[in-house]
Design a protein around this ligand. Structure first.
Ligand SMILES: C[S@@+](CC[C@H](N)C(=O)[O-])C[C@H]1O[C@@H](n2cnc3c(N)ncnc32)[C@H](O)[C@@H]1O
Length: 306
């Protein structure tokens, strides 16, 4: 590793120096840079602190600049670009990042391997669904998904809920999106028809109490489910009309503590989801929680037994 310059002589920068010194072969630290004149001219563990102008005297290829300034990174990045430095080549963000969920949960990492080719969801969204499914083990009621496609997210929930004694109800046409709003939705009728009901049946066969309801939701809801409460519902339908139908059916059927998770809420590719959810919750007291993964989560605010 090239010798480094640490940009940021506050607590982020000093913590970075400690982390670097724990590496098997710590890089040589040339100096600190800080825009605060009160810090310039001082030292940290023997390393001098210079003002940003010092960088004009340093050839860009000699050092890697590690930027440790928390939420000010964007500002510093622009300054470094103005000096002709390239992000990831001459400088990079070096603030601590959260651990990947797969590193925290080996069971989830194994599951991801089995989902390849079966789901359209990114790993971060799958991690949210996996954790909610685990929480749902302790919440009364059944589990449902509308928007099964090749069965990836259904399999994830079935695995996370195995042995919890909960029925899993799966709804899909298995012939793709049934209808779309041409003024709003970007998906068209027939999208996602490259799946097979038989294959999904075989995939879920090892999980007893799994019920597949082929056809257009909500017409395929059996009468026996109208009095059912739900612990977790995953809605992944991509279009406005279907999302609104899901809100109308499930929001009032959640158990206390029950959860309703919409995929694609924050995605430009599926504007109908946000429109449907926002429209449904307008004027209601509770609002869904927007997650940085682009999903939205609503949970019934009843007391949860812990
Ligand atoms: C994006 S795919 C689901 C992806 C899946 N959850 C996964 O793990 O990759 C959307 C699915 O929603 C289904 N769908 C949309 N509206 C529906 C409705 N009203 N009734 C039944 N299925 C619907 C489509 O058939 C399609 O298979």
């Amino acid at each position: 590793m090239k010798p480094v310059i640490i940009y940021g002589a506050g607590c982020q920068g000093t913590a970075l120096l400690r982390r670097l010194n724990l590496l098997a072969s710590p890089p040589q630290v040339h100096c600190f840079i800080d825009g605060n004149p009160a810090r310039q001219g001082q030292t940290i563990a023997g390393h001098p602190i210079h003002g940003p102008d010092y960088l004009k005297t340093v050839p860009s290829d000699e050092y890697l600049i590690l930027v440790a300034v928390g939420r000010h990174y964007v500002h510093i990045r622009d300054r470094l670009r103005a000096l002709g430095r390239k992000e990831h080549l001459h400088f990079q963000q070096a603030d601590p990042q959260p651990a990947d969920f797969t590193a925290l949960q080996p069971e989830f990492a194994d599951l991801l391997e089995d989902l390849r080719g079966l789901t359209l969801l990114s790993d971060d969204r799958l991690a949210i669904l996996f954790q909610l499914a685990h929480m749902a083990r302790h919440i009364p009621g059944a589990i449902a998904e509308v928007g099964v496609y090749r069965g990836g997210t259904a399999l994830l929930m079935a695995r996370a809920l195995a042995g919890a004694g909960k029925p899993l109800h799966l709804f899909d046409t298995f012939s793709g999106i049934p209808e779309a709003d041409t003024d709003l939705d970007h998906h068209c009728p027939g999208d996602f028809n490259d799946t097979s009901l038989e294959k999904v049946r075989r995939l879920l066969d090892p999980f007893p109490d799994t019920h597949i309801h082929p056809g257009r939701f909500p017409e395929t809801v059996p009468d026996t489910l109208r009095d059912q409460c739900f612990a977790l519902v995953h809605v992944d339908v991509d279009v406005y009309g279907s999302a609104l139908d899901c809100c109308a059916f499930f929001a009032s059927r959640l158990s206390p503590g029950g959860m309703l998770l919409w995929d694609d809420y924050g995605f430009e590719s599926c504007p109908g989801i946000r429109r449907a959810v926002d429209e449904f919750f307008t004027g209601k007291e509770q609002r869904p929680l927007y997650l940085p993964t682009g999903q939205a989560l609503f949970w019934h605010p009843g007391a949860i037994a812990v």
